[in-house]
Ligand binder design. Structure first.
Ligand code: GLN
Length: 531
């Protein structure tokens, strides 16, 4: 196996994850099998306990790990199936070490950052290697060089690369080359300093990927090459892309990144044929149609909080030859002003997942508006739960209907905790997580769109549809469209006689790909376009 380590310099938010994912795309197109991992230096054991306000979306893998959102990029840009092993945090490293120490595994030794923490990190790299049949493992190190908490990771990858040998390991540093408007100049000093910081630890990056808003002149490239000790062709320009993140692999290919990487790692492959990727990109950025949908949520001002969701909407747009104009509506505004003001001019309403009671009444009003005005509705997780509450309240006249999450004393807990969850005390990693099978009911939108009787989708929630109300709700017209038969849990609901009122307890957004839009998103956009 060959190893590529991606570090970041100067500032965060440089698009390191996208760069790593795009390199994965290129290597796959050369015929290599690729897997990716993200190592994050913070002390949370996993990102599952972090608010989207802090850390963006929590991405869920098939095996039920709550991971960093970069794993979403990796899965969308490549064919890699990632899991629990592919995201490691300092919190996890220390939790493992302390458990071993308490067990007495260190046989009386002093437990230290070097070698114990670094060994734990190197062990994980080897473990990912053993569990995967990939040719190349790309590991992105979170944070920025110079962060105190990142040091053990940098030391570990330095040691690992030294042990693996130069033909087998490569360092890529993603850095910022800012343009200073008043001076009219591109500045290389931050890059020089950030590479100096890496070299202090003993890492000499072979490739520098320079994020810049202006093209790098030959002078600038030469200066960076010379001061950072890399050949001129290894100073790579990565400009902001014009239309879509899926342009990044093509931009990197123009700079010959994949060729250089393969040469360093002695990988003999064919050239990357990107025709299929370009076709997909054309569909994404030059659609003939247009529609507007509303996403009614809580984390509306944050770009990253619904990352996979927004991507899935774009994929579904492309599959329908349509651009999708997403109107982000804060559910609390609907509570204040009513739904019509915000939803009158949209062709579809999507209510995504979420936690806590803020904005809940607004989401219920959004579902009511969509049901009554026959506007296509797509509810995901919390968006299914609020749709059920709405139906119970306004169609079944169970006035007080609610989820036990928001009102534990409600007379009608149509959404509640099942036994497995009643006894849970710890918050981290204890929800219903990961891929579960769902049996689809014939004659439903879901069954038609998936084109299969049984599907597998990823979960992340504690509360469930309360089966004590199943009889009453279905008698009033609610259709159960999908079931987890093993535990008799309702996974999907629909409203017959409505153009598209579909909601699911799982998170389909995690499985949408730019080439293959997710069926439920595709059906939703199709219905919106029909409107
Ligand atoms: N808060 C709800 C639950 O825990 C929904 C979770 C979600 O939307 N991911 O069941």
């Amino acid at each position: 196996m060959k190893y590529i380590f991606v570090t970041g310099g100067v500032i965060s938010s440089l698009g390191k994850g996208l760069t790593a994912a795009s390199l994965g795309t290129l290597l796959e197109h050369r015929g290599l099998k690729v897997t990716l991992a993200k190592f994050d230096p913070y002390l949370n054991v996993d990102p599952g306990t972090m608010s989207p306000f802090q850390h963006g979306e929590v991405y869920v893998t098939d095996d039920g790990a709550e991971t960093d959102l970069d794993l979403g990029h990796y899965e969308r840009f490549t064919h890699a199936t990632l899991g629990r092993l592919n995201n490691l945090t300092s919190g996890r490293v220390y939790a493992n070490i302390i458990e071993k120490e308490r067990r007495g595994d260190y046989l009386g030794k002093t437990v230290q950052v070097i070698p114990h923490v670094t060994n734990e990190i190197k062990d994980r790299i080897r473990k990912i290697g053993r569990k995967s049949d990939a040719d190349v493992l790309i590991i992105e190190i979170g944070g920025t060089t110079g962060d105190i908490e990142g040091l053990p990771f940098l030391e570990a990858i330095r040691e690992f690369a030294q042990e693996a040998g130069p033909k087998n390991a490569l360092f890529i540093h993603v850095t910022l080359v800012p343009y200073i408007r008043v001076a009219g100049e591109i500045k290389t000093k931050p890059t020089q300093q950030s590479v100096a910081k890496l070299r202090e630890i003993g890492i000499q990056p072979q490739l520098l990927i320079c994020r810049s808003e202006k093209p790098l002149t030959i002078d600038v490239r030469q200066k960076i090459a010379s001061f950072c000790n890399v050949p001129l062709e290894c100073v790579i320009e990565e400009l902001d892309v014009a239309h879509s993140i899926y342009e990044v692999p093509l931009a990197l290919q123009d700079e010959r990144v994949d060729t250089i990487v393969c040469r360093y790692l002695h990988l003999k492959t064919r050239r990357a044929d990107m025709r299929d990727w370009k076709r997909m990109l054309r569909r994404l950025i030059q659609p003939r149609r247009q529609c507007r949908i509303a996403v009614v949520g809580k984390y509306i001002n944050l770009q990253d909080a619904y990352k996979s969701l927004y991507e899935a909407i774009k994929h579904a747009g492309a599959a329908n030859d349509s651009a999708v104009d997403i109107v982000r509506v804060d559910a609390e505004n609907i509570e204040r002003d009513g739904a019509a003001k915000y939803l009158r001019n949209v062709a579809g309403v999507l209510v995504p997942g979420g936690f806590g009671d803020r904005g809940i009444e607004g989401k219920i009003l959004a579902a009511k508006y969509a049901r009554e005005h026959k506007v296509p509705y797509f509810g995901i997780c919390l968006g299914m739960q609020t749709a059920v509450i709405e139906f119970a309240r306004h169609v079944c006249k169970l006035k007080d209907a609610n989820s036990a999450e928001f009102n534990s004393k409600t007379a009608h807990p149509v959404i509640c905790l099942i036994d497995d969850q009643q006894r849970v005390v710890n918050k981290g990693g204890t929800m219903r997580l990961g891929a579960k099978l769902c049996q689809l009911v014939p004659g439903t939108h879901a069954r038609r769109l998936y084109g299969a009787p049984v599907i597998s989708e990823r979960h992340r929630h504690r509360y469930e549809f309360n089966n004590s109300y199943r009889e009453q709700l279905t008698r009033a017209g609610l259709k159960i469209a999908g079931l987890y038969t093993e535990k008799n849990l309702v996974e999907m609901i629909e409203l017959p006689g409505h153009p598209y009122f579909v909601a699911c307890q799982f998170h389909p957004e995690f499985k949408s790909r730019p080439h293959t839009a997710h069926p439920l998103f595709r059906g939703f956009i199709e219905a919106a376009l029909r409107r």
